[in-house]
Design a protein around this ligand. Structure first.
Ligand SMILES: [Fe+2]
Length: 289
């Protein structure tokens, strides 16, 4: 039986879903739980038996059908970064296409996404920052063959995207600072990263670690709450697209009742250990050495 159950309709509209869950559960006391199976301060290359070709084909189908959407920002939409949002919030505050909702917000400037800069919002509920509100699969998923792939995961998909970097729009000057950001804690949103289209000119970097190339065929994760980035090493018309899939590790979602309820891993197993143990996808289990 779930220890905690949160109906979205019961959460006051001045609060985002995740902070509300934090305030109305004992989840915070579990944040010091150690990871036992890997060091998430470093890139983790996961062992898997996923059919990467079918992931590539389904992702290509989504792009062909729904196109590339630039990252939305107040100053200017970015051509250098964007893609498709794989989830949406049916109660989203602005009139934004369901396939674009997790691609920035017109309220923030392009330099205000580093770590949820929310100062410009009176209330962040149902905005870009309300990660658990992005709880429904977007049409680009449900109307393509990616739907079956999304359904094959054991945990509920939250803020997720097909993320494209367009190297031709990143100038030689901008390259050194391009793309740095932090995402949610892994207790909130556990992310995996799967290269779909890339080449060796695209690099990935975790703060204070050497940059490296993320290659096709691999499935990666790390502590995405640590500053990290992707950047091109040359300014040329070429692009890099990765699947960035986020999951709610300790809360499952009941679509009928529109509620999140704690699962058997809540307070018991670190989200990264869940991932490595096959509890996010049965075909992702173990670490490549
Ligand atoms: Fe990230």
């Amino acid at each position: 039986m779930a220890i905690h159950k949160f109906y979205v309709k019961d959460i006051p509209d001045t609060k985002c879903i995740w902070p509300y869950i934090n305030e109305h559960s004992d989840i915070g006391r579990h944040y010091s739980m150690p990871v036992t199976l890997a060091d998430p301060n470093n890139l983790i290359n996961l062992k898997h038996e996923l059919d990467i070709n079918s992931l590539i084909m389904s992702s290509t189908e989504m792009i062909d059908k729904y196109g590339f959407n630039p990252w939305q920002a107040a100053d200017n939409d970015m051509q250098s970064y964007g893609g498709l949002s794989l989830v949406y919030n049916p109660d989203y505050v602005d009139d934004v296409d369901s396939n674009k909702q997790t691609l920035g917000t017109k309220t923030n400037n392009s330099n205000e996404f580093f770590y949820g800069k929310t100062g410009k919002f009176k209330s962040t509920r149902n905005t870009y920052f309300d990660s658990y509100a992005f709880r429904k699969l977007a049409p680009c998923v449900t109307e393509t063959s990616f739907n079956d792939i999304a359904k094959s995961f054991k945990r509920h998909i939250l803020r997720s995207r097909l993320a494209t970097v367009n190297a031709e729009y990143v100038s030689n000057n901008d390259r050194h600072n391009f793309g740095w950001h932090r995402d949610e804690s892994v207790f909130e949103n556990l992310r995996i990263n799967i290269p779909i289209i890339t080449d060796e000119t695209f690099m990935f970097e975790i703060k204070d670690k050497p940059a490296e190339h993320l290659g096709i065929g691999n499935v990666y994760s790390w502590d995405t709450n640590i500053a990290h980035r992707v950047f091109p090493t040359i300014q040329e018309p070429r692009s890099r697209t990765h699947l960035v899939l986020g999951f709610s590790p300790w809360f499952d979602y009941d679509i009928e009742e529109d509620c999140f309820y704690s699962n058997e891993f809540y307070g018991e197993m670190h989200p990264i250990d869940m991932l490595i143990s096959g509890h996010v996808h049965e075909k992702i289990k173990g670490i490549k050495l």
